[in-house]
Design a protein around this ligand. Structure first.
Ligand code: C5P
Length: 235
């Protein structure tokens, strides 16, 4: 795996055409793309298929959350798309359904979303959860491991404790990344690519710092370079 395979560029754009233009502008500097809700109903699934056929890796950020049987059937359908990573909420039945649905199609990796980074202790309390965020992240990571999922989505803040407890058994995908000096946009807890890799993240999800950059290709190259030197220091 090369450093650019660890950079998942979020195609958070309003149309499949704009997303395709971004992919073309980034060219060989981008190897992995995230497609989420915004694109899904407006041609995002066809784009996912085209990217896959064109040799790019695709992260389907669909965050499934339903009864296990429905998740299982949904994931079976997703397997026909040809994506590489799929997110579901990290609850036992949801994870088990997803792993069942994936079956022997080991290409599609299942990632459990632990606790959304937009939630803080007060918002958890409002939902009736008294547990500390870090403990809840670890508990849900344990659900992911027990269900046979491939990894979790977690903030860089929690990556180190996940790595310490689960080692390389689960891959960690980390959003909220900003190169030094970049605008934070609406992200509250941001870390640099190097710090996220040092904390134990395996893949970084980066949106606006690449797709809204004056030169998206160069922005992607710079982040991959930063990932490469942080990996060299981590080794
Ligand atoms: O533009 P930016 O780099 O902030 O985009 C981050 C991407 O990661 C967005 O697609 C966002 O939905 C996603 N994400 C996140 N925080 C999470 C989970 C997903 O920012 N906890």
């Amino acid at each position: 795996m090369t450093p650019k395979d660890r950079l998942i560029i979020a195609l958070d754009l309003p149309s499949a055409e704009e997303a395709q233009n971004a992919v073309s502008a980034i060219g060989e500097a981008g190897a992995f793309y995230k497609i989420g809700y915004q694109l899904m109903p407006v041609g995002g699934l066809d784009l996912a298929r085209r990217l896959s056929d064109g040799g790019k890796k695709v992260f389907l950020d669909f965050k499934f959350h339903d009864i296990g049987a429905t998740v299982e059937r949904g994931v079976k359908s997703v397997c026909k798309l040809g994506g590489d990573f799929l997110t579901v909420h990290a609850e036992p039945d949801v994870l088990k359904g997803a792993v069942e649905g994936r079956g022997d199609d080991k290409r599609l990796k299942i990632f459990g979303v632990t606790v959304l980074t937009s939630l803080d202790q007060d918002s958890l309390k409002l939902s009736g959860i008294d547990m500390k965020i870090e403990d809840l992240v670890l508990k849900r990571t344990e659900f992911a491991a027990e269900a046979g999922a491939d990894g979790v989505v977690a903030s860089a803040k929690e990556a180190a404790s996940i790595k310490a407890r689960f080692g390389d058994a689960l891959a960690i995908v980390t959003p909220g990344i900003r190169p030094a000096g970049a605008s934070a946009d609406d992200q509250k807890r941001i870390v640099t690519p190097a710090d996220a890799i040092r904390a134990g993240a395996d893949y970084l999800v980066v949106g606006r710092p690449v797709i809204a950059a004056a030169d998206p290709r160069n922005a992607a190259i710079e982040i991959s370079t930063e990932i490469a030197s942080a990996l060299a220091r981590r080794a």
